[in-house]
Design a protein around this ligand. Sequence first.
Ligand code: HDE
Length: 696
Amino acid sequence: MADAERDAKDRQLDAERTESRGPLTTETGVRVEDTDNSLSVGERGPTLLEDFHAREKITHFDHERIPERVVHARGAGAYGHFTPYEDLSDLTAAHFLSGPDVTTPVFVRFSTVAGSRGSADTVRDVRGFAVKFYTEQGNYDLVGNNMPVFFIQDGIKFPDFVHAVKPEPHNEIPQAQSAHDTLWDFVGLQPETTHMIMWLMSDRAIPRSYRTMQGFGVHTFRFVDERGRGTFVKFHWRPILGTHSLVWDEAQRIQGKDPDYNRRDLWEAIERGQYPEWELGVQLVPEENEHDFSFDLLDATKIIPEEQVPVRPIGRMVLNRNPDNFFAETEQIAFHTANVVPGIDFTNDPLLQARNFSYLDTQLLRLGGSNFQQIPVNRPVARVDNNQRDGFAQHRVHRGGTSYYPNSLGGGCPALADENVYRHYTEKVEGNKIRRRAESFKDHYSQARLFLNSLADWEREHLVAAFRFELGKCEELSIRQRVVANLVEVDHGLAVAVAEGIGVEPPEDPGTRGHENSSPALSQANTAFGDLTGRQVAVLLSDGVDGDAVEAIRDALVAKGAVVELLARADGSVRTRDGGDLALDRSYTTVSSVLYDAVAIPGGADSVDALEEDGEARHFVLEAYKHNKTIAALGQGTALLTGTGVSGQLATPPLETVTHEGVVRSPAVDTEFIEEFARLIGLHRHWERPTGAVSA
Ligand code: HDE
């Protein structure tokens, strides 16, 4: 990146960046003559305690690990920047939202929640979406998720919920899975989880990529302007590439084929220069309208339907730089909901209030004491000056003889400013000290039903299948029954469909029907389609392939942003039918169709014959078909579709380009065929395809 384009955070990190060059030394800078042999008495004698280099090397290694995050342990992150579209100073005093001429560096960490640091990426889970804005007024953290609601309404229940979803305590099974008794025991007994559970059982819980994932601040926050006027605000991140998910069977297989699937995708997209982008949107509610809703704005198990309060786009975030070192940056970054800047404040959402305590508390342990804000990735670009001193791993060398306020000996510094300061919103609060959930928090089903009503048929099918899968893994029948009984409150049809798959007596129809409202914004059928940026396309081939067709497909799709890989049984190269050489990207025996979004089978009789005889090649195509992916076959390549749902139509190879349920076939490569292939990939998956009978 050109030096002039580098932002303040990037430049600040220069002071910390270090590269290995020159002689090997100890931590005290003493050069070392040998790092392979311990100091010993004679060649075969005992090792000496005196060997300070060996002891230091091993001791440092022994201390390399720090506690993993108690939740969100598994993650991936990147740097980037955020720029607002317009001046929002009529709403908030936040300088980073004051106009398009202010660009703020950010670090974003995406994560799964339940699994350990080494668990797989594509598990069924919520994804964290945490953004640290290094603003000129200090760090602002928007610590969100990819789902707009949460499991519980009050933070005091968080330890219970997390204990229920984490591996069971007696045997630490299962890893990174919600499909086990304790989670569903908790869910059945705690109806406030119902709405979030609908999201967790939907395709939102298995994103195709971090780049194709929405983000939400979840809570209602507050914008505060210069004069102290507040406006309620909910934050939304919308991915420019659309919101797309995996298929559950595919997600499970990826856990084995490439456990780093989402992490790798983010890293590689940035390395290719295909910078992921999101638009930040806000839903704004004037203070006087706080009670205009059928739910409570302070209840984090509720959304504000977009049809009720539209999302106003306010800016764009681009991630354009991978970290230099995973541990130093992605692991040591510390987000905290209470890291706010002037112009952004909290509400009394009891979940948010608990978070404002929890994040700092957990970081004191995880990062070893109170100086973790000095770790390079956490350090603000805004100037820091206060009287906080000492503590473990203090990096600042404070000069001067005073560390108290007020002082005269230190020239009165640091002094209090009277402008550009954080002023808490003045809110009048009165009440008795009580432990009681507000009446306005009591409806746990209306929005769960709203979500269900909003789903496309295929999304509903996936939802039912997910409930069946998860509950089917519960050993206790009573747990299954209790969850089904709870689902009746959402929708009787849903409860029956789930019950029928898990050996539970279908519940009686209570005869009460809920509302029929829906919110189109909740369905992934209504997201952005058509963008091929970063889509992975596999081209299967062997010796004798139609090389011109391969190159035409590759050139056209790469020009549209796709990543095209040529795969054959053995790595290296293949001979084309007209005698040329085609370099391969890898052998299909080292990958799997689950790692690709689409498959192409070019013609060339010898190539297709060889693929047809190879079980792995046939499996590759069948599996892509089963997972609703786009398939393109040219000329004789159509022969490889045997066994897929289109095989019945293959009696004669097509005379022109034809598409059937996401499979495009053509006699030869031409513009029409390639454009059709690209259009189909842009649709992401082909849900109209009946894949139930395909065994791959
Ligand atoms: Fe968190 N959460 N959380 N959470 N959370 C943590 O903080 C907590 C909640 C979220 O990439 C922890 O530093 C409580 C909602 C993300 O580093 C911990 C409650 C949302 C991340 C913690 C919640 C989140 C965390 C663990 C209920 C979405 C990862 C390590 C009151 C809006 C940030 C850490 C990263 C991490 C507590 C609920 C998002 C223990 C008590 C709701 C994205 O402090």
